[in-house]
Design a protein around this ligand. Structure first.
Ligand code: RP5
Length: 164
């Protein structure tokens, strides 16, 4: 992430990766304030064993795009509505509108959890345990909605029945 102020959003990614027992590092790399660190971080990530980079930044959010310009690893960008962001669109467009040749997979505003899910899905292509954990995650999500459908029906179908 570009700043420690991004952590309130980015910790949702960390939590999901922890939930799936996926090893990760969480650190600060500022495209504007620590450009040399950005260069070395992106240039060495692959050889350090990193498989996917999730980069969250807000405002003039150059971090994901600059990382993608240096490494061949997949980069997932999380646009953040930060203190220097006008309304969030600046962060979204800074990350989304990459030129041809340098893609950044951009998730929704503040959608750090989705970035982690996508990263897990990429890693799961080569990792059966993570693929199974993702399958379990999807089934849990479905069961939660099915419970809500049952609960909603209990309340509102009764309301309907009462008036018939
Ligand atoms: C971006 O500027 C960071 O990613 C952060 O979202 C935003 C504000 O940074 P701080 O001024 O809070 O450090 O580069």
């Amino acid at each position: 992430m570009g700043s420690d102020s991004d952590l309130t959003v980015m910790q949702a990614a960390a939590s999901f990766l922890q939930q799936l027992n996926i090893a990760f590092e969480l650190t600060i790399v500022s495209a504007h304030r620590t450009p040399q660190r950005l260069m070395s971080y992106a240039a060495t990530a692959n050889q350090r064993g990193i498989q996917v980079i999730i980069a969250g930044a807000g405002g003039a959010a150059h971090l994901p795009g600059m990382i993608a310009s240096i490494t061949t690893l997949p980069v997932i960008g999380v646009p953040i509505k930060s203190s220097n962001s006008i309304d969030g669109w600046d962060s979204i467009l800074s990350i989304l509108q990459m030129p041809n040749g340098v893609p950044v997979a951009t998730v929704a505003l503040n959608a750090a959890k989705n970035a982690a899910i996508l990263a897990a899905q990429i890693i799961a292509l080569q990792n059966k345990n993570i693929a199974e954990a993702l399958e379990h995650f999807k089934q849990t999500m479905q069961a939660e909605v099915e419970n809500k459908i049952t609960e909603t029906a209990k309340i509102w179908n009764n309301e309907f029945d009462k008036r018939k």
